[in-house]
Design a protein around this ligand. Structure first.
Ligand code: RAM
Length: 883
C-alpha cells in the first residue's frame, strides 16, 4: 500500500492557497484485489487526526483553519478493510496565501503614461531563509528579480471577471534574493484588462484605462524576523522595447529600446529615464488565489514544411493547428524588422487571415543588430498552423511554442481506426488551444470568449482529457459573479459584450446548472456544487418564470441548435429543430439536474420543488411537442436526441418509436450529421440508449460532409466550428464565423470514452465505474484510460485475433471468435460491469479480464486504407503532461 502525497483542493501546486481549510485528496496504490480503505490519518505539523472513513477525495480539513502565510507539512496514511495501516505518504507542503485584504501593505502602482517597465529597489542586510512574492496586475505582467524571470507563468494573472475577482500569484523567490542591493521589476501590458476585446470592433479599456502592478515581497530572516517590500510610492517606471501588445492584434517589440539591467540593481535607475509611478486605488477585496494551474508554455513544434506562397511569401507549416506563438532567431542590421502573421489554413496558397476578422494576429520584431537575436512575444497568443515570416529570420529555426493552462493530462483513448484516433486527438488539441486560463470558443479571431454553451456541451469530454476542475471552478465563480439579479447569465463569461449578452439562452445559460453537475459527477466535488447551488436555482427560477404557466419556453432570443449543417452560413441559428423544442427540453433537463443536486446536498425542499418543476415541464413538452406515438415536433435528429437523453418521452412505446425514428432520420440523411452544437453531443448517446448502436457507429465513421471524420479526411488537426469550415472542394467556408479550432462538436469524444471503450462514472468521482463497452462499427479494439480521483482506471476490449498495431482487414467476415474485455478498477472503488450479451455484475478493485462470445450481428472489421490522409505533426516536445 503506497499513499500519494495529499493534494489541496484542485491545485497542482500548494503554494499560496486561497482556502484556509483546504480539502485533501490522496490515492492508494496496492496490488491487493478488492482493496478498500477503512480509516485515514492526517498529520499536519505536530497535529494528527484520525477518521473511521473510506473517503479519500476532497476530505474536509480537520484542523484549525490556516492563517495567512502559514506553512504546514501534511501527510496521510490509510488503513485497509483488513485492518493494516499503510506507511506515511510523502509529505506535501501546504502554504496559505494572503487570505485577507488587510494582509496587503503594498499598493497598486501605475505608470503615468504608457511606460511598461516598473522597478523597485531595496537592500537586504541579513541572511534570508524564505522569500515569497505575491503579485498581480491590472493588465498582464511578468516579474523579474535581480535580472531573473520569476516563475514560468504565461499571461499572468490570467483572465477573470476583474470587477469581481482578480487573481494574484505566489512565488517562492528565496533563491533569487541577494545580500545587499536587490531589484524587483515587472513588465506590464494590456492583456484582457485594457486591450481590445469582442467582435465587430469590440471595445478597449473594458475593465479600466490604467495598467497597474501590485507586488508584495515578504522576506523571512534567519533570526525569524520578517520584512515586507511592496509596490508603493518609491517605485519607478520607464519606457522600453514593448511598442504594442494585444491579445487579438499581436505584439511589437523594438529591441533597440531594450534597457539593459532594467530589473537589476546595477546600474541604478537613472532618474532622467525612470519616472515615479502613481499609486492607484483598487479594491483589495477582489483579490483571490488561483484555484487551478497557470498558463504555461507546454510544448514546441518545428515547422514540417517551409513553403513559398503564390505571392512569394515564406510560409511555415507546423503540421498542427495550435495555440501559442512563435520563437524566432533573427540576424541582421539594427532597425530591420521581422513580421510574423498567423493563420489556421491556407486559402489559394496564402494564409487565410480573412477568418481572423479584425484580429491582426501580427507580431513584429525590430532588430537590435549585431548578432543572432532570439525573440518570442510575451503578451499575446495566436491560433495557427501556418505563419508567414518576412524579414531576416531563419525559417528553419522558427519554433511554435504551445501555450495553455498547464492542466494534468488524465484521459487517453485508442482504437483500431486511425481516423477515429485522429478525431480524438483533434478534440485534445482543441481543448489545449481553448483552455487558456478559461474555456473559450476559439483562439484565433477577434473573439476568444468564454461562451457558456460551448463549454456546457464539452465539459464531460474536458473533464476526462485533463484535470480541469480548478480552471472551471474559477470560471464558474465568474459565471455566478456575473449572473444578473434576474437570474439570467451572460452568454459569454467574463462578460465583455455588455448588457445585450445577458439573457437566458437555452443550452448556453444552462451551463450554470450543468457544468457544476458535470464536475460533481467527474471529480466528486460536492463542495463546488454547494457553492454553485444558489446561482443554479436563480437561473432555473428565471427560466421557469419566462416559460410561465404554459411551462413551455417559447419567449426570447435563442441560439437554438446552433450551426446545424442545414442552417444557411449567414444564419447559424436557423437549423431544423424548432427553438421552443430545444429550449423547453433544456428547462426540463436543468430543473431535473437541479433536483438531483438538491438531493446530494440534502436540501429536501428544493429537491421537491425542482422535481415538480421538471415533471411539469416534461408533461408540457410531451403534450405540446410529442405526438402520441412518439414523433417530436420538427422530426429532427436533435429533437429526438434531446427527448431521448433528457427523458421526455413518458408514454409506453414512445422511446422505442423515437429511437427508431432517430435512426431513420439519420439514414434518410445518408448517415451524415444533421445536428448542431446542442444535438451533436447527444446524438450518439441517444442512439446507444435506444438500442441503435449500429447507427451511432455509422454516424461516427461517416467520411462524407458533414461528419466528424470528414474534417479528419480533409487534414483537420483540430475540431472545427462548422462541419464544412473547409468545403469538399478545398475552399474555405465563406461564413464570417469560420473557426478551425472550436471544441463544441468534439464533445463526441465523451461518447468514445464511455460507450465505445466503455469507461464511465457510475458514482460521483468514479467511486464506482461503469464498464460497458459497445463494440461495433468494424472496430477491432478500443481502450480508454483515465486517472480518476481514486487512481488509474481503464477499460479496453479487442476482438479475438486482433494484434496490437494491426490495421484491421485481416478479420473480414470471420466474427465468431471471442471478445476480450480488460479493466483496471482503482483501489477503494468498485465497478459495475456490463458485457455484451450478459447481465451486469459488480467487481472490486484490481485488474480484470473477461472473454465472451463476439456479440451476434457485429459488423465485420473495416479495412482502413493504409495511406489515410492524416497529417502527423513532427513534434519536438509536444505533451509534457504526465499520464
Ligand atoms: C459564436 C461562436 C460560439 C457560440 C456563439 C453563439 O460566437 O460560434 O462558439 O457559442 O456564436
Amino acid at each position: 500500500m503506497h499513499v500519494t502525497a495529499p493534494r489541496a483542493e484542485h491545485r497542482t501546486d500548494p503554494l499560496g492557497l486561497g482556502e484556509s481549510r483546504p480539502r485533501l485528496s490522496w490515492t492508494t496504490a496496492t496490488d491487493r484485489p478488492g482493496w478498500r480503505q477503512s480509516a485515514y490519518e492526517i498529520e499536519a505539523g505536530t497535529e494528527r487526526f484520525t477518521a473511521e472513513s473510506a473517503e479519500s477525495v476532497l476530505v474536509p480539513w480537520p484542523f484549525a483553519p490556516l492563517t495567512s502565510r502559514q506553512r504546514v507539512q501534511v501527510r496521510v496514511r490509510v488503513r485497509s478493510a483488513e485492518g493494516d495501516w499503510s506507511g506515511w505518504s510523502p509529505p506535501a507542503a501546504f502554504e496559505a496565501g494572503l487570505l485577507h485584504p488587510a494582509d496587503w501593505s503594498a499598493r497598486f502602482v501605475s505608470p503615468p503614461a504608457d511606460e511598461h517597465l516598473l522597478r523597485g529597489d531595496f537592500t537586504v542586510r541579513q541572511a534570508v531563509t524564505a522569500a515569497r512574492l505575491h503579485v498581480t496586475a491590472l493588465g498582464v505582467y511578468e516579474a523579474e528579480l535581480n535580472g531573473v524571470r520569476v516563475g514560468d507563468h504565461v499571461l499572468a494573472p490570467g483572465w477573470t471577471s476583474y470587477h469581481h475577482r482578480l487573481r494574484y500569484q505566489t512565488f517562492d523567490v528565496t533563491g533569487l534574493i541577494r545580500p545587499g542591493p536587490n531589484t524587483l521589476g515587472a513588465i506590464l501590458a494590456d492583456g484582457w484588462y485594457r486591450g481590445r476585446l469582442g467582435f465587430e470592433g469590440g471595445a478597449t479599456g473594458i475593465y479600466g484605462d490604467r495598467l497597474a502592478l501590485l507586488a508584495q515581497l515578504e522576506l523571512t530572516f534567519a533570526d525569524g524576523g520578517t520584512r515586507t517590500f511592496g509596490t508603493g510610492p518609491g517605485w519607478r517606471c520607464a519606457a522600453g522595447p514593448l511598442i504594442a501588445a494585444s491579445i487579438y492584434d499581436g505584439e511589437t517589440h523594438d529591441a533597440r529600446l531594450e534597457v539593459p539591467g532594467w530589473s537589476s540593481p546595477a546600474p541604478p535607475p537613472d532618474p532622467a529615464t525612470w519616472r515615479p509611478v502613481e499609486v492607484v486605488e483598487h479594491d483589495l477585496a477582489t483579490l483571490v488565489a488561483p484555484t487551478g494551474p497557470p498558463v504555461r508554455r507546454t510544448g514546441e513544434l518545428a515547422p514540417v514544411e517551409v513553403l513559398t506562397s503564390p505571392s512569394g511569401r515564406t510560409v511555415l507549416d507546423f503540421g498542427q493547428n495550435l495555440v501559442g506563438r512563435l520563437r524566432i532567431t533573427a540576424e541582421g542590421a539594427a532597425g530591420e524588422r521581422v513580421v510574423l502573421r498567423h493563420a489556421e489554413v491556407l486559402e489559394d496558397g496564402e494564409p487565410a487571415t480573412r477568418l481572423l476578422r479584425t484580429a491582426a494576429a501580427t507580431d513584429v520584431y525590430v532588430l537590435r543588430g549585431g548578432g543572432p537575436e532570439v525573440w518570442e512575444p510575451r503578451f499575446t497568443f495566436h491560433g495557427f498552423r501556418y505563419a508567414s515570416v518576412e524579414g531576416p529570420a531563419d525559417p528553419g529555426l522558427v519554433r511554435a511554442v504551445v501555450c495553455h493552462t498547464d492542466m494534468p493530462r488524465t484521459g487517453r483513448f485508442e482504437c483500431s481506426d486511425p481516423l477515429v484516433e485522429r478525431l480524438h486527438e483533434n478534440a485534445v488539441w482543441s481543448m489545449r488551444g481553448n483552455f487558456l486560463d478559461l474555456p473559450t470558443d476559439c483562439p484565433q479571431r477577434d473573439e476568444r470568449l468564454g461562451w457558456t454553451g460551448d463549454l456546457q456541451v464539452f465539459a464531460p469530454t474536458a473533464a476526462f482529457l485533463y484535470d480541469c476542475a480548478g480552471l472551471l471552478e474559477s470560471w464558474l465563480a465568474d459565471v455566478a459573479a456575473e449572473q444578473a439579479p434576474s437570474g439570467a447569465v451572460p452568454v459569454a463569461v467574463p462578460n465583455v459584450l455588455g448588457e445585450r449578452s445577458v439573457f437566458a439562452a437555452a443550452g448556453w445559460g444552462d451551463a450554470i446548472v450543468l457544468v457544476p453537475w458535470t464536475l460533481y459527477r467527474r471529480y466528486g466535488d460536492a463542495g463546488l456544487l454547494e457553492r454553485c447551488f444558489p446561482a443554479m436555482c436563480r437561473y432555473v427560477d428565471h427560466v421557469a418564470e419566462l416559460a410561465g404557466p404554459s411551462r413551455l419556453w417559447t419567449e426570447g432570443y435563442q441560439f437554438g441548435d446552433w450551426l446545424d449543417p442545414a442552417a444557411p452560413p449567414d444564419r447559424p441559428g436557423a437549423g431544423r429543430t424548432p427553438k421552443e423544442v430545444v429550449a423547453t427540453a433544456y428547462l426540463a433537463h436543468s430543473a431535473g439536474v437541479l433536483a438531483r443536486a438538491a438531493e446530494v446536498l440534502g436540501r429536501d425542499a428544493e429537491r421537491e420543488r425542482y422535481q415538480a418543476l421538471a415533471a411539469a415541464v416534461g408533461e408540457a413538452f410531451a403534450a405540446a411537442y410529442v405526438r402520441p406515438e412518439g414523433t417530436v415536433l420538427g422530426d429532427s435528429a436533435t429533437g429526438y436526441a434531446l427527448a431521448l437523453t433528457f427523458g421526455l418521452l413518458p408514454e409506453p412505446g414512445q422511446r422505442e418509436f423515437a429511437g427508431r425514428r432517430l435512426a431513420e432520420v439519420i439514414a434518410e440523411g445518408g448517415h451524415r450529421i444533421a445536428t448542431g452544437f446542442l444535438g451533436t453531443p447527444l446524438v450518439c448517446d441517444a442512439l446507444t440508449e435506444a438500442g441503435q448502436v449500429a447507427t451511432a457507429y455509422r454516424l461516427l465513421l461517416q467520411r462524407e460532409c458533414p461528419s466528424w471524420l470528414y474534417a479528419v479526411t480533409m487534414g483537420g488537426t483540430t475540431i472545427w466550428e462548422r462541419w464544412d469550415s473547409l468545403r469538399p472542394d478545398g475552399t474555405v467556408n465563406l461564413g464570417e464565423m469560420t473557426s478551425f479550432n472550436h471544441y463544441a462538436l468534439g464533445a463526441v469524444a465523451d461518447w468514445l470514452h464511455r460507450c465505445v471503450a466503455g469507461l464511465a462514472p457510475a458514482a460521483p468521482g468514479y467511486r464506482r465505474l461503469l464498464i460497458r463497452p459497445r463494440p461495433g462499427g468494424g472496430l477491432t479494439r478500443a481502450r480508454a484510460a483515465l486517472r480518476t480521483p481514486y487512481g488509474p482506471a481503464e477499460a479496453a476490449w479487442r476482438l479475438d485475433g486482433e494484434q496490437a498495431g494491426e490495421q484491421g482487414g485481416e478479420l473480414d467476415g470471420e466474427l465468431d471468435g471471442e471478445l476480450e474485455v480488460t479493466a483496471v478498477v482503482p483501489p477503494n472503488t468498485s465497478a459495475l460491469v456490463h458485457l455484451p450479451g450478459g447481465e451486469p455484475f459488480e467487481v472490486g478493485s484490481g485488474r480484470h479480464r473477461w472473454t465472451v462470445p463476439v456479440p451476434a450481428g457485429l459488423p465485420a472489421p473495416v479495412s482502413v486504407p493504409v495511406s489515410v490522409p492524416v497529417s502527423v505533426p513532427v513534434s519536438v516536445r509536444v505533451d509534457k503532461a504526465t499520464d
